[in-house]
Design a protein around this ligand. Sequence first.
Ligand code: KG4
Ligand code: ZN
Length: 343
Amino acid sequence: RREPLVLGIESSCDETGVGIVRGRELLANEVASSMDEHAIFGGVVPEIAARAHADAIVPTIAAALETAGVTLDELDAIAVTQGPGLAGALMVGTAAAKALHVATGIPLYAVNHLVGHVAADVLRDDVGQLELPAVALLVSGGHTSLLHVRDLVDDVELLGETIDDAAGEAFDKVARLLRLPYPGGPEIDKAAAGGDPRAIRFPRGLTKPKDLEKHRYDFSFSGLKTAVARWVEAREDAGEPVPVADVAASFREAVADVLTAKAVAACTELGVPRLVLGGGVAANARVRELAEERCAAAGIELRIPPLRLCTDNGAMIAAVGAMLFAAGKPPARLDFAADSTLP
Ligand code: KG4
Ligand code: ZN
């Protein structure tokens, strides 16, 4: 049987992504980012993101079709991110997808962005296929979630998530404090390489026994961010230079420690033998290193897709669309709405 040919549209944050897959085969993955336009604000500005999507959506769809060498009428399905994400940004993608559907009659599927992040792993051709069940740790500027994935179509359970800032957001805020440019994650990663991760003991959020009772698999990074701010301010008030490399390394260590400790604990406690990472923070050198060490020690298979599949993209949405289509799931009704808080 021929695998379904699916075009996927992603517009939940600052990336306009359009991907085309045939089943688990990646044919195109075009991404236009408005990141540079947000840089001077130190974070994504929703209105700017939505306008940038409106400008980029049609050219990005055209580019993906061109790269894949397919025409619209050949598609078996169209898939689009329904949420979660920025409302105005999501509306551009869903409106474009509905327009394509109305014009062509091709069935349209609404996809959960986080499920898309996990599905990105099935598009890899560098390692063996993803087996399930798996635990997924999704860490970006917009989300920090731990999922128990038994089936990508029917059975994804949220184990925990951040109760305040996303991990990438914490990187961006701490970078700002250290006067490093946006996006802060890669900058802190670079600065940390020359620092001592044990120089300062920053707090690990939600790891005390009483916090674990209620928040076993949840995360919290706002206390950590405040601790870094206090520490830096105290130095500055005392007229002493801020040891940027040590602060960056100690902060990065605190984030990598909690993320990987909770993810590996979830695998062990649920008896799940593999962990999938996704989101921009999966690029972090220390997160990768600690995840590798701890997974190896616990006998867990660690899967980290290449960065272009880890960060927001349309191909991962197309991959979920292909699964929904192949499973015979009913397409979305035309009146489905973008949902910024989709669970
Ligand atoms: O997945 P992504 O490209 O977009 C969304 O936020 O959805 O993730 C971007 C986030 C930013 O917060 C950025 O600072 C962070 O990922 N990031 C990193 C690294 N590279 C990107 N954080 C830590 N270390 C990195 N190397
Ligand atoms: Zn994302």
